[in-house]
Design a protein. Structure first.
Length: 255
């Protein structure tokens, strides 16, 4: 049965967007990466500003929590101060929240190659791809950062939770340009707003308009795992994607 363009117009533009989102979530679990004895990455002393990942992630997470609460979300944080929280404990917190919740883990990159820059968002489960896509688009649009794409990676905070879960890398502390940006409170506020807009868009629309991806079964992620990337973006990495998909025994869903 064919659906007319007029009907689609009425469905999409005139119906309340809350009716378009299926199984919409009301709770956001924000996970500031690292903390306590786990500093995460750092900018190194040669950078314009010395930055520690655990401090940046907590600051961005607090800002995000404030924005989301103003939007009407119920917000929970895995940590609210500088303390160590084991990854499995973070997963446990997520799994106790139920179906109407999502997890957003916040991180920053640090590598020896100081030329590398950009923002990327990780996911694993198919039901997290829409959320990851909307957050990545919002971050890139609002910050103007280089788009490193939406990446499928089996991490403990993307594979092990039973709720939709994404992990956002919000820039490179080791890149001189992004280092200066991340050191700025106003830029961290921009990151928080961008994250919130992506989250809110997923709540309103669900995965409407985003091509689905197949679910891939894999064992739970553990500390000893050697991780494999699967990229989901039409870029030069498509050849790498095809090789990995062939290895996993699935068909490519790229056009």
């Amino acid at each position: 049965m064919k659906i007319s363009k007029t009907l689609l117009f009425y469905l999409f533009f005139l119906l309340p967007t809350s009716l378009l989102a299926i199984d919409s979530f009301t709770t956001v679990l924000i996970d500031p990466g690292h903390g306590g004895i786990d500093n995460g990455g750092s900018s190194g002393r040669k950078a314009p500003y010395y930055l520690m990942e655990k401090e940046l992630t907590l600051d961005i997470a607090r800002r995000l929590a404030n924005v989301l609460r103003r939007m009407g979300f119920r917000v929970i944080m895995t940590r609210t101060d500088d303390r160590f929280v084991d990854l499995d404990e973070r997963v446990r917190i997520a799994n106790e929240l139920g179906k109407r919740a999502i997890l957003v883990s916040i991180h920053c990159d640090a590598l020896s190659n100081r030329k590398l820059r950009g923002i990327k968002t990780y996911f694993w489960h198919a039901n997290s791809y829409g959320l990851a896509t909307r957050i990545q688009r919002s971050l890139v649009k609002m910050t103007g950062a280089k788009d490193l794409g939406v990446i499928r990676r089996r991490l403990r905070l993307t594979r092990n939770p039973t709720i939709p879960s994404v992990l956002c890398e919000c820039g490179f502390m080791t890149n001189p340009f992004e280092n200066k940006l991340l050191a700025s409170p106003s830029y961290r506020q921009t990151l928080a707003i961008a994250l919130a807009k992506g989250i809110n868009e997923e709540k309103r629309l669900g995965d409407f308009g985003i091509s689905p991806v197949p679910e891939i079964w894999a064992p739970l992620s553990r500390p000893t795992d050697a991780h494999r990337h699967v990229y989901h973006k039409k870029t030069k990495k498509r050849k790498q994607l095809k090789k990995i998909e062939a290895l996993l025994g699935i068909k490519s869903f790229h056009s």
